[in-house]
Ligand binder design. Structure first.
Ligand code: AHG
Ligand code: MN
Ligand code: MN
Length: 344
């Protein structure tokens, strides 16, 4: 085993860095790692057993649920319940947050927000999917934890991560001291440190956006897309367009190669499509920790005050220079809009 560092070993080694509740947070991360392995096993045999396709149900957001959405949701809740460190799970797949009430979780200090299966429309066609999680410390000190404990700003996250079930399975996480990536070695059933101290390039040449929605995009985003498509050898343009449709996979690629991922407001999603608590916040925390940038086009994602469990946000995330350029174009559009209103 020399030279190999497992996720479990790494977490224990790093727990001295945690300023609070060292053992508990380590155990929570371990529980998430265990559930990820179980989900990975099922994702990998998806074509062989009756787990593909629609479950015939909808989540609160009116989106059809896949059987694997429900399976992954159950696995993560169950691992977090038996682990005993989590008092509330807020998940994409449940209308309300889930209060964990088991004898072992009586004094649990943590809240987990989770997208159990991200990009689930890709599952039936063998394309990479993921899991995204965000961890907060419970704020209230007495009674049972409440919605107010869940609705914390992204800056309050103590840890966040994602799992990508791709050509290999990886778990990437941060506790606010850089980002580390672990690849699942199926022969030993362990996540092993493969990408220590991940850094996103400051600039890149990949842009990821569902361009089919072009007509519904804000002017600033349209301008940025045109900018990305102009020939300019000095800035490596035209950029390459890559869009998988699984946020985890698109951002993971951009994290390694450099790039920008945008899901802006559109006519059908006036507040953006992606969910603040379990999609935007954790990915923003990871990307910032890797040296990148994440905003809603105007404001830092991590500083948005949440007021709803399934709140949505637009997101511009990735290499710092690219995100700043797109923000500049959004701001120009905003300034033009205000000028038009004032002159009317
Ligand atoms: P989920 O499967 O958890 O609902 O998330 C899907 C999200 C995200 O992963 C992806 O980038 C985006 O929705 C794709 O949306 P479009 O199909 O509208 O591009
Ligand atoms: Mn998702
Ligand atoms: Mn999902």
């Amino acid at each position: 085993m020399s030279g190999i560092k497992t996720l479990g070993q790494f977490i224990i080694e790093k727990q001295a860095d945690f300023s609070y509740a060292k053992g508990e947070l380590s155990r929570l991360l371990r529980d998430i790692g265990i559930a990820a392995k179980i989900v990975n096993r099922e994702v990998n045999k998806a074509g062989l057993v009756d787990i593909l396709g629609d479950a015939g149900t909808m989540n609160i957001q009116g989106e059809g649920q896949k059987k694997l959405d429900i399976y992954a949701n159950t696995q993560f809740i169950s691992a977090l319940t038996s682990g005993g460190e989590c008092c509330i799970v807020a998940t994409e797949e449940e209308d309300d947050f889930v209060r964990i009430e088991s004898p072992v979780s009586k004094n649990a200090k943590y809240i987990v927000c989770i997208d159990p299966l991200d990009g689930s429309s890709n599952i039936d066609v063998n394309v990479a999917v993921g899991t995204i999680f965000s961890i907060f410390r419970r704020k209230s000190t007495e009674g049972t934890a409440t919605l107010a404990d869940v609705l914390q700003k992204g800056t309050e996250q103590v840890a966040a991560g994602y799992v990508i079930y791709g050509s290999s399975t990886m778990l990437v996480y941060t506790t606010g001291k850089g980002v580390n990536g672990f690849t699942l070695d199926p022969s030993i059933g362990e996540f092993c440190l493969s990408h220590p101290d991940m850094k996103i390039p400051q600039d890149g040449s990949i842009y990821s956006i569902n361009e089919g929605n072009y007509v519904h995009f804000p002017e600033g985003v349209k301008k940025y897309i045109k900018y990305a498509q102009v020939h300019d050898a000095a800035s490596n343009r035209p950029y390459t367009s890559r869009y998988i449709g699984s946020m985890v996979a698109d951002i993971h690629r951009n994290l390694i190669k450099g790039g920008i991922y945008i899901y802006p407001t559109t006519a059908s999603s006036p507040n953006g499509k992606l969910r603040l608590l379990y999609e935007c916040n954790p990915m923003a925390f990871i990307v910032e920790q890797a040296g990148g940038r994440a905003s809603d086009g105007f404001n830092r994602i991590l500083e948005i005050e949440p007021n709803e469990l399934h709140q949505r946000a637009s997101i511009f995330i990735g290499s710092e220079k690219m995100v700043r350029m797109a923000e500049g174009m959004m701001a120009a559009e905003y300034v033009e809009k205000i000028a038009t209103i004032q002159s009317a």
